[in-house]
Design a protein around this ligand. Structure first.
Ligand SMILES: Nc1ncnc2c1ncn2[C@@H]1O[C@H](COP(=O)(O)OP(=O)(O)O)[C@@H](O)[C@H]1O
Ligand SMILES: [Mg+2]
Length: 363
């Protein structure tokens, strides 16, 4: 077994998660985890960038450096809390901060910031970054990359399990006994709920769905949201803030809705888009991970929309829901260092399996 560190900061822009795991590629054990919010200046700059605003090359480069530093800080924090030294760690797998994900069209790309050179040099640990673009170079979506890891840690010999990661975007992995894993993005996770809550209350997310619970679902608005053509596209598919953003939401609002009603409708939309994916399968287990697993309304609505299913967080199946994605990138770093594939062509649409990532040596 070797020790790896995984670092994830997702599209919710809530902060950075870091984990220490022990793995041989088949078994993965979580040893420690920590999380740190972004410094508020950094978060605001990332939000502005994700909104597609103009940015200079200088601002771009400075963000890359600032993120590299933030990732190095959290690594040092994790080493200290776990009593490990750099020499104990085989490698860091750092997803980086997605600033733009454009999987289709003439010039597809997915760009994550957070300088891996700096992370390797500051920590003294071999660092793997840039996991998505090899898959894209092979015609894939570059996403989602977590299904292979979900299969590794959660596949059950007899039971159908669908793992739903509810981060900024929601993605599913279908683990059906005896069948190749399937997976794709399903639509917004917390992203629309977060942006509406932030816009109207100044608070970054609707904690415990308190605001949504004060409203009622607006059926006409829900129908407009559900009619988004992307939702009906066949897999492979991936998406991000480039589609599900302020402009997308505003185009579907009449403007005279009550704030709490919109919040309730966005929560229902998020749950309904996820449930729709599971409804095509015989009832099994729906296992939730990511921050959305802390939203009690989402869990309630998924339970109601999926009669016969057991809806739970991945904690119930033995994998920490808050550590899952960072653990996946620790595992992906293991794959890279052992020159093993990280992507699943049947998930991403790439032409073949590939060893993913750019490796930065500390020496
Ligand atoms: N108690 C809670 N109630 C409602 N939503 C929550 C709660 N805790 C976390 N969240 C949601 O989880 C999000 C963070 O999820 P996370 O999995 O870290 O996403 P990402 O991978 O995009 O960073 C927050 O922005 C928020 O929407
Ligand atoms: Mg997060």
């Amino acid at each position: 077994m070797e020790n790896y560190i995984g670092i994830m900061s997702g599209t919710s822009l809530d902060g950075i998660d870091a984990v220490l795991v022990e793995t041989d590629g088949e078994r993965v054990r979580l040893l420690d985890r920590t999380t740190a919010p972004f410094a508020s200046g950094l978060r605001d700059r990332l939000l502005a960038l994700a909104a597609g605003g103009a940015v200079t090359a200088r601002q771009w480069g400075e963000l890359d450096t600032a993120l590299g530093r933030a990732y190095a800080d959290i690594t040092r924090q994790l080493l200290a809390s776990s009593g490990r030294r750099a020499a104990d760690i085989r490698a860091i797998g750092c997803h980086g901060q997605t600033v733009w994900h454009q999987p289709n069209g003439e010039l597809p790309f997915s760009l994550q910031l957070g300088d891996g050179n700096r992370l390797a040099a500051e920590t003294g640990i071999t660092t793997v970054t840039d996991f998505r673009r090899k898959d894209m170079a092979l015609g894939g979506q570059g996403a989602p990359l977590v299904p292979a890891f979900h299969q590794c840690v959660l596949a059950h010999p007899e039971r159908l399990r669908i793992v739903v990661n509810i981060g900024g975007i929601a993605n599913i992995s279908v683990l059906a006994p005896g069948r190749p894993v399937m997976g794709h993005d399903v639509g917004p996770g917390n992203m629309l709920m977060d942006l509406w809550c932030r816009r109207h209350t100044g608070v970054p997310f609707d904690r415990d769905a308190a605001l949504a619970r004060r409203g009622t679902v607006l059926p006409a608005l829900l129908a407009r949201l559900m009619s988004e053509p992307w939702l009906a596209l066949p897999a492979p598919k991936s998406t991000g803030r480039e589609l599900f953003n302020d402009a997308w939401l505003d185009a579907r609002l009449s403007g005279d809705e009550a704030v709490a009603d919109v919040q309730a409708t966005l929560a229902e939309f998020t749950a309904a888009a996820i449930a729709r994916e599971a409804q095509g399968w015989p009832a099994g287990e729906l296992l939730i991970c990511g921050g959305g697993g802390h939203n009690p309304l989402l869990l309630e609505r998924l339970t109601a929309l999926l009669p016969g299913w057991q809806v739970n967080t991945t904690n119930a199946a033995g994998v920490d829901m808050d550590a899952m994605e960072a653990m996946a990138f620790a595992w992906l770093a293991h794959q890279t260092l052992h020159r093993l594939p990280g992507n699943l062509p049947e998930v991403t649409g790439a032409r073949r399996h590939a060893v993913l990532g750019a490796v930065h040596f500390p020496d």
